[in-house]
Design a protein around this ligand. Structure first.
Ligand code: FES
Ligand code: FES
Length: 209
């Protein structure tokens, strides 16, 4: 995908640069009809602007808020969330799709935001930990997380909650095996696995009542 995009960008650059150079040079040296060539130049520049927007601007919704992000399309979503939009609840762990610290939901599906280029997200709906409950109105899962004192250092916990939220959406009464399978890609160096499993069970019980 990235290779294809790179070739596409190179093709666009070559195919747009040539007409612009022609228009500019023809206005200066050849044509003798400034009004005509200036219009053609303007059109070419406008076309480049349109193509630039198509390649470098991404429109998406994050936590119910619409955003238009102007950034290189290969930039990982995690970078955009943390560095561009200051949504720092999503954490950087491995940067290689292996730890789950950067877990978010994209169109309702669990994704590792360090592995998703922003250019692939036009028109999508992203949910981060900032869009799951609030300090004043925690979700049932978050309430059980607090009650069970799941977090230790806390670094992995936003990713854990995003993963567990998706699990309970798909499986209202998960078994231990279901939980272990669903959460196995979310690593915790503090070893909070027994507590987070208990919190998921407690939340499932309350949500099922
Ligand atoms: S930072 Fe994305 S999976 Fe580790
Ligand atoms: S709570 Fe410390 S890494 Fe999970």
């Amino acid at each position: 995908m990235r290779v294809a995009r790179s070739y596409f960008c190179a093709l666009i650059t070559i195919s747009t640069a040539a007409p612009v150079l022609f228009c500019i040079s023809s206005e200066t040296y050849l044509c003798g009809k400034p009004s005509v060539t200036r219009t053609a130049t303007d059109s070419a520049v406008a076309s480049i602007g349109w193509i630039w927007c198509k390649i470098y601007m991404t429109s998406l919704t994050i936590n119910d808020t619409p955003y238009v992000v102007e950034i290189e399309p290969e930039t990982p979503l995690l970078w955009v969330l943390r560095d561009t939009l200051q949504l720092t609840g999503t954490k950087y762990g491995c940067g290689a799709g292996l730890c789950g610290a950067c877990t978010v939901h994209i169109d309702g599906m669990v994704e590792r935001s360090c592995q998703v280029p922003i250019g692939d997200l036009d028109g999508t709906v992203v949910t981060t930990i900032e869009g799951i409950g609030s300090p004043e109105a925690l979700t049932v899962l978050q309430q059980e997380w607090v009650a069970g004192q799941v977090a230790q250092c806390g670094y992995c916990q936003s990713g854990q909650i995003m993963q567990a939220t998706a699990l309970l959406r798909e499986n209202a009464q998960p078994t231990d095996d279901d939980i272990d399978a669903a959460m196995s890609g979310n690593l915790c160096r503090c070893g909070t696995y027994p507590r987070l499993r208990a919190a998921i069970h407690a939340a499932a019980k309350r949500m099922g009542e």
